[in-house]
Design a protein around this ligand. Structure first.
Ligand code: 5GP
Length: 212
C-alpha cells in the first residue's frame, strides 16, 4: 500500500552520538500520524528500564548470527565494538504494506548500508550543541564508566566527522522542544516534496480532463 498521497512511504534514518537526545527526538517524529518505528534486534543485554519488543528485540549472539545467515537484516553492525545491532527487513515490508513512513534509529555504519541499498532513504543527524554539553549529558545519565564515556566521546567525534558523507539533514539538539519541532518539520517538508506528490498531481490533472 502507499501513503495517503499515493507515494511509497519514506524511509527515515535518524543517527546521532550517544547523549545527543536522538531517542527523544525519534519519539517526537513518531508522534506524527503516518509514521511507524523500526524495532532493532540487538545482542546487548537489556537495561532495567527496557522491555523487550518495545525498544529492541533482545536476542542471543547465536540467534543474531542465524538471522544474518538467513539474510533477514536490511543492515547490521557491531556498535562500540561490543554488541551487534540490526534492522530486520520485515519493518520495511510492513511500512510499505501499511503505507506508513518508517523511522530507523541506527548508527552511522547502519546509515551507510541503508543509503547504499536504498538511495531514496533520507538521513537526519542529531548534533549536540557542544562537546562539553555532550559530556555533561553522558555523565548525568550515571550509566557509564569513565572509560565508556571516553569511548562514546571519541565515537561521537568520528561520527560527526563522517556526517557530510551520508546525512541529508542536521538538527542541533540545544533545546528538546525546538529540536523536536524542527525534526517534525523536516518530515513534513519531505512529505510535501513535488516528487512525492506526483500521483496526487496526476489525479488532479486528470480531473480537469483534456491532455497533460
Ligand atoms: P544503545 O545500546 O545505547 O541503545 O545503542 C547504541 C547505538 O546503537 C546507538 O547509536 C543506536 O543508534 C545504535 N543502534 C540501535 N539499533 C541499531 C540498528 O538496528 N542498527 C545499527 N547499525 N545501529 C543501531
Amino acid at each position: 500500500m502507499s501513503t495517503e498521497t499515493g507515494s511509497v512511504p519514506l524511509l527515515l534514518i535518524v543517527s546521532g552520538p550517544s547523549g545527543s537526545g536522538k531517542s527523544t527526538l525519534v519519539q517526537k517524529i513518531l508522534e506524527l500520524p503516518g509514521t511507524m518505528p523500526s524495532i532493532s534486534c540487538t545482542t546487548r543485554p537489556r537495561r532495567a528500564t527496557e522491555s523487550s519488543g518495545k525498544c529492541y528485540d533482545f536476542v542471543s549472539a547465536a540467534e543474531f548470527d542465524a538471522m544474518v545467515a538467513r539474510g533477514e537484516f536490511l543492515e547490521y553492525a557491531r556498535v562500540f565494538g561490543k554488541h551487534s545491532y540490526g534492522t530486520p527487513k520485515k519493518w520495511l515490508e510492513e511500512s510499505r504494506k501499511k503505507g506508513l513512513d518508517l523511522v530507523l534509529e541506527i548508527d552511522v555504519q547502519g546509515a551507510a548500508q541503508v543509503k547504499e541499498k536504498l538511495p531514496e532513504s533520507v538521513a537526519m543527524f542529531i548534533l549536540p550543541p557542544s562537546r562539553e554539553e555532550l559530556e555533561r549529558r553522558l555523565r548525568s545519565r550515571g550509566q557509564d564508566s569513565e572509560e565508556e564515556i571516553a569511548r562514546r566521546l571519541a565515537k561521537a567525534r568520528d561520527e560527526i566527522a563522517a556526517l557530510g558523507k551520508y546525512y541529508d539533514f542536521c538538527v542541533v539538539n540545544d533545546d528538546m522542544e525546538r529540536a523536536g519541532r524542527e525534526a517534525q518539520a523536516i518530515v513534513t517538508a519531505l512529505r510535501c516534496s513535488s516528487g512525492r506528490r506526483r500521483n496526487q498531481v496526476q489525479k488532479l490533472l486528470a480531473s480537469f480532463g483534456g491532455k497533460n
